[in-house]
Design a protein around this ligand. Structure first.
Ligand code: ADP
Ligand code: MG
Length: 332
């Protein structure tokens, strides 16, 4: 349905999207997950034709988003990070305007807008000015705009940013509802959110795709390496010495707590259970263990491991020429 091939985006010398390759199949909810600055919005802006790529291509149902933008865009509804709302219009006026831009035939407009207003629950505010709406309602108006024309693919950039917990639950329900008839791609920097709503996750870090699978598989794949956490009064060097000849250990990380204790995270080789061996090794060395606990690898660990960065500071921003992402009305 969507094919992204070898996608590269450079801002000046900064590589924001670094050779991305992936496919989106129909009928699923995809999550683009990555820390701020990972390149999610840039990728989505390119996929939806808002922004040109430096290299690579995006095919929407076989149509190149740059070479056949009209054909390609017909399949997509997009809610950008900053929705292009006209705040001096009423909700209804704005949706009529957006419907016209999308080329929805006049005869169908009224009916379709009413249907979508009901779907995203904004019918009761349709005559209010957008500028007087709460953030949650504005987000729904943005969503309504994306859903207009009922495109096969709906792309939502951080749809729940800035919403309160109740609004977040509402927007998630809406996304699930939309997913019954549409392919949905949403981005988020919050793992819990993506895990909760998506059935497939693409993890992006520093412009690169670092993992992609179902949440269950990501957890399973990386969760095969369980670990044991211990705490003892022995020094890190002593801990390593005691563990040196214990079979089944992949690696040991130690850390001093400051109050004379050493904490160690001992990662097992795949399929091993080293708890008893660790306990016995410390007992034979007459070094008491104050704690010993088994820990699986959670999706949080996976995410942290994959995206841990030596953080890209703001430094390059001042030295880089900012390009404007075209967000004028014509791009709706
Ligand atoms: P995300 O949506 O994952 O937070 P973005 O796609 O917005 O990430 O940004 C990716 C990287 O590109 C960041 O380092 C960001 O600072 C940089 N960037 C984004 N837009 C521009 C721009 N218009 N000009 C220069 N750098 C940009
Ligand atoms: Mg973003």
């Amino acid at each position: 349905m969507i094919e992204v091939r070898n996608l590269v985006k450079k801002y000046g010398t900064h590589l924001a999207v670094d050779h991305l390759d992936f496919k989106i199949e129909s009928g699923r909810i995809y999550g683009f997950l990555g820390p701020n600055g990972a390149g999610k919005s840039t990728t989505m802006n390119i996929m939806t034709g808002y922004l040109g790529a430096t290299e690579g291509e995006v095919l929407i149902d076989g149509h190149d988003i740059l070479k056949e933008p009209e054909e390609a865009k017909r399949h997509i509804g997009y809610l950008p990070e900053q929705p292009p709302l006209y705040v001096d219009m009423t909700v209804r006026e704005y949706l009529e305007f957006a419907a016209e831009l999308k080329g929805i035939p006049k005869a169908k407009r009224e009916e379709e807008i009413t249907e979508i207003e009901k779907l995203v629950k904004i019918k009761d505010v349709e005559h209010r000015l957008i500028k007087n709406l709460s953030k949650g309602y504005r987000q729904r108006v943005g969503l309504a705009q994306a859903v207009l024309g009922f495109p096969e693919i709906i792309i939502l950039d951080e749809p729940s940013v800035g919403l309160d917990p109740k609004q977040i639950i509402e927007i998630r329900e809406l996304i699930r509802k939309l997913a019954k008839n549409h392919t949905v791609i949403l981005s988020s920097h919050i793992l819990a959110e993506v895990r909760e709503v998506c059935d497939y996750i693409l993890i992006i870090s520093k412009g690169k795709l670092v993992a992609s699978d179902t949440p269950e598989n990501l957890e399973k794949m990386l969760g095969e390496h369980n670990s044991v956490e211990i705490e003892t009064e022995a020094s890190p060097a002593e801990v390593r010495l005691i563990l040196k000849n214990v079979p089944g250990i992949e690696c040991v990380e130690t850390q001093e707590t400051g109050d004379g204790l050493t904490q160690a995270k001992i990662t097992e080789k795949k399929g091993e259970d080293i708890r008893e061996r660790v306990f016995t090794a410390f007992a034979s060395a007459k070094t008491p263990l104050l704690t010993l606990k088994a820990a699986g690898m959670t999706l949080e660990d996976v995410f942290m491991e994959l995206t841990q960065s030596d953080t890209v500071p703001d430094a390059f921003i001042s030295g880089t020429k900012w390009e404007e992402a075209g967000t004028d009305a014509g791009d709706l």
